[in-house]
Every structure is written in C-alpha cells, then in structure tokens.
Ligand binder design. Structure first.
Ligand code: F6P
Length: 553
C-alpha cells in the first residue's frame, strides 16, 4: 500500500522498518535487556509494559517525530478547547468536558458548557438517589427493583461494559438489564423476567430516531401500559436520555423525565454523559464521580505529559507501527479479568467507528491502513480457542493483555493462575519455540526418530509476536475511568496521525437507508421488488415464508 508521500518521517520509518528486517524480539532483548525497564510507564493507576513490541529506541524516536509532524499538540488543544474538529458535522468534540470536576468552567463559543454539564449531573444524582433508596415509586407504590436500558451502539456498549466491570460496587437491590437487539428475543426475555410494577425503563438514544431502540421502546411501553391499564404509568416507569427533546415528547415521555446531553458528545464517547445513567443507578453518583475522576486524570496526563512518557500516545504510535509498517490487519484485546468481558466489544466500536475511514479531513484518500479489526474475548477463554492462530497462524495479530493486580483474598489461588497464564502467553508469543528446542523436547520424551521429523514443523512456534501488557492496580471506578480514557485518546492520536475525522460515522448510514426500503418491501403485497437479483430473492424467500405461515408456531 502506498504511504503518504508528503511525510518525511513516514519515509524514514519505512526505511527503518526495512533495515530492521525480521530481527527477532529474542535477539533484541538479548542485546538490550534494559529495554524492559525503559519501556514501561505508569499513569493514573494504569501500568504499561510495551517492551515486547518489535521496536527499538530509534523506532520510537521516529514515531514520536511522526506525531509531532502531524501536529498532535495543536489537535489536542483544539479538541480540549472545543474547536469544531468534527468538521463533517461541524461539531465540537468535548467528551473530556464531561469528566471535568464541578467548579471548573469551560467557555466554548461564548458559552460555559460546564454549567450545563454540572446541571445534568446534579439532576441525575437526585434521580438516581431516589431510585437507589427506594423513594422513586412505580405505579402501584412499590420501589424499583429492575432497570432496563434500551439503546444500541454507544447508547448501550459503554454503560453495559462499565456495569459489568463494576459489579463489585453494585447496589444489591437493583438488577440491570440491557436491550439493544431488535430481533425481539432480547426484549422478550427481559420482559419475562421483570415485574411491571417495579421496573424502570431507560430509553437511551442520542438522536431518538434509531429504529432498533424505538422499536424496543415501543414494545416495552405497550407491555407496561398493558399491565398497568393506563398510560399514566409511563411517567413513573420511563425516562429518556437524549439530545432530542421533541422526539422524546412525541414518544410519550415527559421531558421532566428526560436527561439531556449535547451534539458535541459522540455516541461512542457518551458513557460519561447522561448515557451513563444505568452506571449511576448501579454504583451510585459518588462512585460515578470517581469514574469521571479517573478519566479526567488520564485526560490531564494525555494533555500535559511529554510524548515520550505519554501512555495514550505511546500505545497509539505502537499501533500505527504494527498496522502500517508491520502490516498487522487486526488488534486483539485480551482482558484477563472476567468482569472486563465486554471491553473488546466496547473498544471495537470506539476504534472501528472512529477510525474505520479511508479519506482524510480534506476528502483526499488516506493512502495507508487505518483502523485495524478490533477483536477479542477474555484471554483465558481465548487461550483455548483463538490463541492457536495467534501463536502459529499466517497472519500476526498484536495483543493488548489487560490484567488487574488486586483481587479478593479468597480468590488468591485463582488470581495467581490467571495472572500466570497471562504473563506466560505474552512470553510464549514473543519467545516462540525453535526447531532444535522442539526436537530436544521430543527426543527427551523418547519419541521415534521418524515421528520427531514429522512433528517438528507442527510444533515450532515462530514467536516474535508483539504485545502490550496493561496492568490496573485494581478494577475500581477510578482505574476503569482511566483505562477507558486511555483507549479513547489512543484512538484520537491515531486519527490525528492518519489525518481522518475520528468523530463522524457516515459509514453506518447506507445500511440504515436500505433497511428502511427493504422493510417496506418485505411487507409489500405487490410483486414489486426493485433490488439486485440476490437481494430480491432473499426478500421473496421471506415473503413466501410469511405467506405459508410458520408451521412451528
Ligand atoms: O448507527 C451508529 C450509531 O449512530 C452510533 O454512532 C451510535 O452510538 C448508535 O448508532 C446509537 O445512536 P443513538 O444513540 O442516536 O440511538
């Protein structure tokens, strides 16, 4: 793939990559064991060891030069100050304002956005306290026991991931449910489990026009009214989180029960806003403030630390090195704490919706690879599934290992086993196992010569597979806030270097438009089916099935 011709450092990096050739991490470590101590960093309770990347000091110096050349400092200031850096939507990008402490002010185009932020925070605090202490009552006078968040994308993934991660801080009397899929099964399952008298629905949608969310919300509303016998119950059981008061009202939710946010909060950056309401309900407003404080601490670190000691910058530049110079098409996220099991899905939207772009801000082609495919699962489970490919596959995939040091005393043995596996996997991926090692091992085990010859190629591990090791001191609101903000800024830095707009998502629109047309055609009684032959046949198959009736019903 052609590299950006204008960028001298990019050329220098390409030449440097050629010079490094296939130098193995084992050789690099043998020549310079001190790199382990040099290539580690800690900020805001997050520790990073990045020494197992296929980089030298020279690589890093060049990469820092790349960030400087891209104007990272200026772009960062512009974002934090509220300049309209989301140019295709003419919007500021101010999720960092959402985690600023109360008392700080931030004037953007003559308006103090912090006054608005703090006012919504206070309303959320009051409302969530009422629910949590049991004084917010349902239509029969009973307190809330179940909260159902109906939303999708950024209006689901962030709150869901954080609620899962912070289970240890959860209110014991409130059960949280998340409904995002419009297939009907998910909402059906939840509605079977909950009691209409004690269930609170949060309809979370920035635009309040999202088909999946509104379909699920209408179903929930009809279910509630069906049980309560009157739509007066909606006021006690439905709240909305949105930027679109008109649509909230039209849906039938009083705007007194709406928590607002602003167009300068992107969906995938919105868990810090009112979209975080399920989190506040689950862990309380004080703990939510600590989540914000962790993210704010990472914001300050990112804004002020020199590039060479800047966690998000280093992770971003290593990512660019892997993607564009070592040709890694994907990036694995492997958390070794079960409560972080939704982190890969969350980061998938953060990264791929932000940087999955092929044109630059000025509309010209990017000419290098941008967002990798982000994927993953809890690492321990992955070891018995996808790690085979990581160790011996033809494509290499850099990995972020994410561990947590602190753990309950009674889980000490389990924690030790999990931690040992995480560290060993990183070591194995880097070190590999050579043919002579494999041969010696099999000979010691007494295998026949012929068998040894046949098995060697299958049992060799090439190694030289890079990884980052991220360690959280503990999985608490502050640490989690810092970790999420770290990935947000990593995404931002990569977007700046690639020159793309990380804050729009035009790529999701075409599917939405066509879905509306296909939906109409599925129900059409006429023979009209104005699609390509494949799509038309699929629509016809659906129609035929509908006409015949489902015999299973
Ligand atoms: O379709 C993509 C998207 O717009 C995401 O960017 C967003 O997080 C999600 O849909 C949900 O949007 P909304 O909050 O407006 O319902």
């Amino acid at each position: 793939m052609t590299k950006p011709a204008f960028n001298l450092t990019w050329h220098a990096l390409s030449a440097h990559r050629e010079a490094l050739g296939e130098q193995h991490l084992n050789e690099i470590f043998a020549a310079d064991p001190a790199r382990a101590a040099r290539m580690q960093l800690e900020a805001c309770g997050v520790f990073l060891d990045y020494s197992k990347n296929r980089v030298t000091d020279e690589t890093l110096t060049l990469l820092f030069g790349l960030a400087r050349e891209a104007g990272l400092a200026e772009h960062t200031t512009a974002m934090f100050e509220g300049a309209r850096i989301n140019t295709t939507e003419a919007r500021s990008v101010l999720h960092t304002a959402l985690r600023r402490p109360a008392g700080a002010s931030l004037g953007v185009e003559g308006h103090d956005v912090m006054a608005d932020v703090v006012a919504v925070r206070e309303r959320i605090r009051r409302f969530s306290e009422q629910v949590r202490v049991g004084s917010w009552l349902g239509y029969t006078g009973r307190p809330i026991t179940d909260v159902v968040n109906i939303g999708i994308g950024g209006s689901d993934l962030g709150p869901l991931m954080v609620c899962e991660a912070l289970q240890a801080f959860a209110h014991p009397g409130l059960r949280m449910h998340f409904v995002s899929n419009v297939d009907g099964v998910q909402i059906d399952d939840v509605l079977k489990k909950v009691n209409p008298q004690t269930t609170l629905f949060i309809v979370a949608s920035k635009t309040f026009t999202t088909q999946e969310t509104l379909t699920n919300a209408h179903t929930a509303r009809s279910w509630l009214i069906g049980h309560a016998g009157s739509d007066a119950a909606v006021a006690r059981h439905f709240v909305a989180v949105s930027t679109n008061a008109e649509a909230v009202s039209a849906f039938g939710i009083d705007t007194d029960n709406m928590f607002g946010f602003w167009d300068w909060v992107g969906g995938r950056y919105s868990l810090w806003s009112a979209i975080g309401l399920p989190i506040v309900l689950q862990i309380g407003a004080d703990a939510f403030d600590r989540l914000l404080a962790g993210a704010h601490a990472m914001d300050e670190h990112f804004r002020t630390a020199p590039l060479e000691q800047n966690l998000p910058v280093i992770m971003a530049l290593l990512g660019i090195w892997n993607i564009d110079f070592l040709d890694a098409p994907t990036q694995v996220i492997a958390p070794y704490h079960q409560r972080l099991h939704r982190l890969p899905a969350y980061l998938q939207q953060l990264d791929m919706e932000s940087n999955g772009k092929s044109v630059k801000l000025d509309g010209s082609p990017v000419r290098c690879h941008t967002s990798p495919v982000i994927w993953g699962e809890p690492g321990i489970n992955g070891q018995h599934a996808y790690f085979q490919m990581l160790h011996q596959g033809t494509r290499f995939a850099p990995i972020d290992f994410i561990g947590v040091l602190d753990h309950p005393a009674h889980l000490d043995h389990h924690h030790r086993v999990a931690f040992a596996n995480m560290v060993a996997q990183a070591e194995a991926l880097m070190r590999g196992k050579s043919a002579p090692e494999v041969e010696a091992e099999m000979r010691a085990a007494g295998l026949a010569e012929e068998r040894i010859r046949a098995l060697i190629p299958h049992r060799v591990f090439p190694g030289n597979r890079p990884s980052n090791m991220l360690l959280l001191e503990r999985l608490d609101p502050f640490g989690l806030g810092a970790l999420i903000a770290l990935y947000e800024h990593r995404t931002f830095v990569q977007g700046v270097v690639w020159g793309v707009n990380s804050f729009d998502q035009w790529g999701v629109e075409l599917g939405k438009q066509l879905a509306a047309r296909v939906l109409e055609d599925l129900g059409a009684t006429s023979d009209s089916n104005p699609h390509d032959a494949s799509t038309a046949a699929l629509i016809e198959r659906y129609r035929q099935h509908a006409r015949a009736g489902d015999p299973a019903r």
